[in-house]
Design a protein around this ligand. Structure first.
Ligand code: HEC
Length: 124
């Protein structure tokens, strides 16, 4: 008899756990509707997009990731300028940085994450 109660207790416990997992998952889906479209973090965006030009030694005049000498004067312009140039594109003294690296389907936040990631790689 005791055994039966114990087993029933475990089963109920598991059902409750499974239910609370479901509830947590659907609650987070509800609070974040944009989560349906996967958001890439800065490193993922870099590895998928920016790497095409910013991988060392840097294609078409692009400052290579991790190249502190190339990045120092750019970082000195301030994050706002770097982000603006990455989002809207620009033609600089070494080449042409295409708007959003050519990936107009990515969100501003994803591009900003990639800029921050590249800046982090170039700062001690
Ligand atoms: C088709 C090649 C190409 C791709 C792809 C590319 N870039 Fe660039 N990027 C460049 C070039 C070239 C420059 C340098 C332009 C100059 O200063 O003359 C540059 C410069 C930059 C700068 C420095 C801006 C400044 O003001 O000094 C940032 C930040 C940047 N890119 C971010 C990104 C990000 C983020 C991505 C990916 C989403 C990306 N780039 C993808 C070519 C590219």
């Amino acid at each position: 008899m005791l055994v039966v109660v114990a087993i029933a207790g475990v089963a109920v416990g598991q059902a409750a756990l499974a239910e609370s997992d479901d509830t947590a998952a659907s609650a987070s889906r509800l609070s974040k509707p944009e989560a349906a479209t996967a958001t890439l973090d800065g490193q993922q965006v870099y590895n998928n997009v920016c790497i095409a030009c910013h991988h060392p030694p840097g294609i078409g005049g692009a400052p290579a990731i991790g190249d502190r000498d190339a990045w120092a004067p750019r970082i000195a312009q301030g994050m706002e300028t770097l982000i603006d140039h990455a989002l809207r594109g620009y033609s600089g003294s070494t080449g042409i940085m295409p708007r959003k690296g050519g990936r107009l389907d990515l969100s501003d936040e994803e591009i900003i994450g990639a800029v921050e990631y590249m800046v982090e790689q170039a700062t001690p």
